[in-house]
Design a protein. Structure first.
Length: 285
């Protein structure tokens, strides 16, 4: 706390700000000659309460600038370590890491929920509860780890099991002094697939565009299929469904594009070549 050294400022101001002496006219100075030689004396501090008040203000500002944190650690006497799992993903997390988790439980590690307060619980009882249907916990991992860092000492082994959802890594990453082992996984329900669109390629084939969305982004895949491999209903618009996908309407039209060139004929040829490449790749009419 180098800012606390600023306490010297009010001391300097207090010593510097001494009152000027007054001139007293007297008839004779004969009686003052001896006292003049003893003028130098120890400086005495006056208005000590004011000096104390100024010093306390500087110390208070230094205290606030340092952003103090109340570090209240739990009593861990006799504890082997902690296991932390999110409550709303307890069953899926346990299914993925149960050999390691069971081994830690056998070694007398304590189980806690990875949530505000880090509630202690019995894993066997927690697994019997219907917790997977609870609302998703959206608290930042960084915030929870910062709070955990204040409650457990650096010597305590901590095993943390969470998803790798990018939305949970928000805010500033904290500096941790923990014996932390962190295991991440991609949850099953975070990856979804669906049929994005379908359009006619010719008289007897359909081009299917399927989409896949996951934690790392979204991608599209193209597949050509004849009519005998897909299910077509008799409703107008040729709705089509593909295995494990929702039904979409087949686009039977032809996409027509017009390029207005004005005097930029060379640029227009580049645009036309790009459109031709898209047509060849997508097989769209």
């Amino acid at each position: 706390m180098f800012s606390a050294a600023g306490i010297i400022i009010p001391v300097i101001i207090h010593l510097w700000n001494r009152k000027q002496g007054k001139t007293l006219k007297v008839g004779s100075i004969s009686l003052l000659t001896e006292s003049y030689k003893q003028q130098a004396k120890n400086i005495q501090l006056k208005e000590r309460l004011l000096l104390l008040l100024r010093s306390l203000i500087v110390l208070l500002l230094a205290f606030l600038i340092s952003h103090p944190v109340w570090n209240k650690q739990r009593n861990i006497e006799g504890q082997k370590g902690w296991i932390l799992i999110e409550k709303n993903a307890l069953k899926e997390t346990y299914a993925r890491f149960h050999p390691l988790i069971d081994s830690l439980i056998f070694q007398k590690y304590e189980f806690h929920f990875f949530y505000d307060g880090f509630q202690k619980s019995e894993l066997s009882e927690a697994l019997k509860e219907k917790t997977d249907s609870l609302s998703v916990n959206n608290i930042s991992y960084w915030r929870l780890l910062s709070s955990l860092n204040q409650q457990v000492p650096a010597s305590l082994p901590v095993y943390l099991f969470t998803t790798n959802s990018i939305t949970r890594f928000t805010g500033k990453r904290p500096e941790l002094a923990m014996n932390l082992q962190w295991y991440l996984y991609t949850p099953k329900d975070s990856v979804s697939q669906w049929l994005a669109k379908a359009y006619m390629m010719g008289k007897d084939s359909v081009r299917l565009v399927s989409a896949t969305s996951g934690p790392f982004g979204r991608s599209f895949a193209f597949k050509s299929a004849p009519f005998n491999e897909i299910i077509l209903s008799q409703n107008p618009g040729l709705p089509v469904s593909y295995p494990a996908h929702k039904q979409v309407t087949v686009d039977t039209g032809t996409l027509k594009l017009t390029i207005f060139t004005d005097k930029y004929f060379t640029d227009a040829s580049y645009v036309k070549a790009a459109l031709e490449a898209i047509r060849q790749y997508t097989k769209r009419k």
